[in-house]
Design a protein around this ligand. Structure first.
Ligand code: ADP
Ligand code: MG
Length: 561
């Protein structure tokens, strides 16, 4: 081969390789899922590109992936006739990690192998998982449309560097040759390979083929191949014919997760707009849940043709933890991100799926409160972005929220607004809450004294996002929210006539003192008032209804405003 060059991996790739080899030893088989899924992606990309340029398919239009083991050479070869890669693409995709926030991700790893392997699972190991089983990987690839002499060979032992060279390759596509490590020879067994393929790749619409007969006649073996997977996209099948295990395995392969999903929903929508959606809620938060450029987990298909990953337009950002796909019957095959941006079909799919996810969560909350609590503890703070982002579904989202409360005096966020309403005395017409820096600060705020005395429940909020949430949530089931630290607190019908008379008297008695306080504090305060909220503390600071709360003021200050 000519023009051989040696390059170093990006630091993050080295870290990933090292970690992967040390933490995924009990999960070795996933390398095949990742490499076959890349081959299938390569076929999808070619099919999509060929829609506008069918010369790319040349005379090789039956897209497929082949997996073969060679017992003597101790290699496994995964070979596809998909889109292939140019030299630049090889450099970029097989030498760096394109995901933003990768360095931060690595800094979170603990050294505890069980924990790290879960994190790595969520991170998605992709191509590099080849090194879990191989101590040398050769990639030979020729991009669709490129000449046979314009192919590229990439070789690496996964130890810091790789070589890249120009080669001849007779056919379009990519061959990946894994030189197995001694402790990975189990994968030379055809029966084992077949098992892994049916487990992870059965749903792929592209055929995954293996040598047809296990005869010793080498000639014959080379020539006949048979599909090992059923080759029908899972979401196109009837719900009744799909087992829970199939749904779970499908999830693991679309979400690159090691664990089962928490729940899922598979829907065929008919009518004005026709589409199928298969939506999953993971058990664990992805590593980049709080990353601003976080990708959406929704893949878009049009009439079963894969169009794009990361279809942000199909799911609101506060549901960004949802994974899965949508397959439209109405969108054009040449749909672009720009078209998706403002499109009535996309909007209908997004609205429909949002409702689906919210109702799937409400149902879980009702039927399996403990599992729902698990969901809430993982993704609750993301869902709290909902009322601001999606006012139309505010009431539904509010019904899903969980808070700490004076009712059970515990920091655990387990109280729903419906629980609160059920316990509320008849004369009470507001939902009382407090937002503070911490649970302790909320629970010990003097403003709660009068509520505790009167036995009125107050929601105790202390997450960073809570102030933002409450500034967008004005009522639930027609009961307005009221911060107990704001303005003149009118307890309305909760105060009886005697209380009110007593309060008037106190205000009169203390008028002189109030005047002195005002004179002494001068410009530093807006007003000084007699309060009836406190039972033990002598004084407290409050804000006016239309002023920024002290919490919000702190947030703005922290943000440099
Ligand atoms: P991901 O699949 O999530 O993008 P991977 O690490 O699995 O990440 O793959 C990295 C990139 O390498 C892919 O996005 C693709 O561009 C390229 N690639 C990997 N395998 C193939 C293949 N068989 N054919 C063409 N391109 C491939
Ligand atoms: Mg991949």
């Amino acid at each position: 081969s000519q023009h051989m060059e040696t390059h170093g991996f990006q630091t993050e790739v080295k870290q990933l390789l090292h970690l992967m080899i040390h933490s995924l030893y009990s999960n070795k088989e996933i390398f095949l899922r990742e490499l076959v899924s890349n081959a299938s992606d390569a076929a999808d990309k070619l099919r999509f590109k060929a829609l506008s340029d069918d010369s790319l398919l040349a005379n090789d239009s039956e897209l497929r992936v082949r997996v073969a083991a060679d017992k003597d050479a101790k290699t496994i070869t995964i070979s596809d006739n998909g889109i292939g890669m140019t030299r630049d693409e090889v450099m970029q995709h097989l030498g760096t990690i394109a995901k933003s926030g990768t360095a931060e991700f690595f800094s979170k790893l603990s050294g505890d192998q069980a924990k790290d392997s879960r994190l790595i699972g969520q991170f998605g190991v992709g191509f590099y998982s080849a090194f879990i089983v191989a101590d040398k990987v050769t990639v030979r690839t020729r991009a669709a449309g490129a000449d046979a002499s314009d192919a590229v060979e990439w070789v690496s032992a996964g130890e810091g560097e790789f070589t890249i060279a120009s080669i001849e390759k007779a056919k379009r596509g990519t061959d990946i040759i894994l030189h197995l490590r001694d402790d990975a020879e189990e994968f030379l067994d055809n029966f084992r390979l077949r098992g892994i393929i049916t487990k992870y790749s059965d749903h792929l619409s592209i055929p995954v083929e293996m040598p047809a007969n296990v005869s010793d006649d080498e000639e014959q073996k080379q020539e006949s191949w048979e599909a090992v997977n059923s080759g029908q996209a899972l979401w196109t099948r009837e719900k009744a014919d799909i087992s829970d295990d199939e749904y779970k395995e499908f999830y693991k392969s679309v979400a690159h997760d090691f664990e089962d999903p928490l729940l899922w929903s598979h829907n065929k929508v008919e009518g004005t707009h026709e589409y199928t959606s298969l939506l999953y809620i993971p058990k664990r938060a992805p590593w980049d849940l709080w990353n601003r450029e976080q990708q959406s987990g929704i893949k878009l298909y049009v009439k079963r043709v894969f169009i794009m990953d990361d279809a942000k337009q199909l799911m609101p950002s506060y549901l960004r933890f949802v994974k899965g796909l949508m397959d439209s019957n109405d969108l054009p095959l040449n749909v672009s991100r720009e078209i998706l941006q403002d499109n009535k079909i996309t909007r209908a799919m997004r609205n429909g799926s949002t409702k689906k996810v919210l109702s799937m969560l409400s149902k879980l909350a009702k039927d399996e409160p403990e599992t729902y609590q698990e969901f809430w503890d993982t993704f609750g703070n993301v869902l709290k972005e909902g009322p601001a982002e999606d006012p139309a579904n505010q009431e539904k989202i509010a019904g899903l929220l969980r808070f700490a409360s004076t009712h059970n005096d515990s920091a655990a966020a387990t109280v729903s607004l419906d629980h609160y309403l059920e316990r509320m005395p008849e004369q009470q017409n507001k939902i009382y809450y407090i937002v503070a820096d911490s649970y302790e600060a909320a629970a010990n705020n003097p403003a709660l004294e009068i509520f505790r005395k009167k036995g009125i429940e107050v929601l105790l909020m202390s997450e960073r996002i809570d102030e933002w949430l409450m500034s967008h949530l004005s009522e639930y089931k027609e009961k307005p929210f009221q911060a107990v630290t704001r303005g003149d607190l009118d307890l309305g019908d909760l105060d009886n006539e005697d209380d009110k008379k007593q309060q008037k008297k106190v205000e009169k008695d203390f008028a002189k003192q109030v005047k002195r306080f005002k004179e002494t504090l001068g410009e530093r305060v807006k007003d000084v008032r007699v309060t009836h909220r406190l039972t033990d503390s002598p004084a407290c600071i409050v804000t006016d209804d239309d002023d920024m709360s002290t919490q919000m003021a702190k947030l703005m200050e922290a943000a440099g405003q």
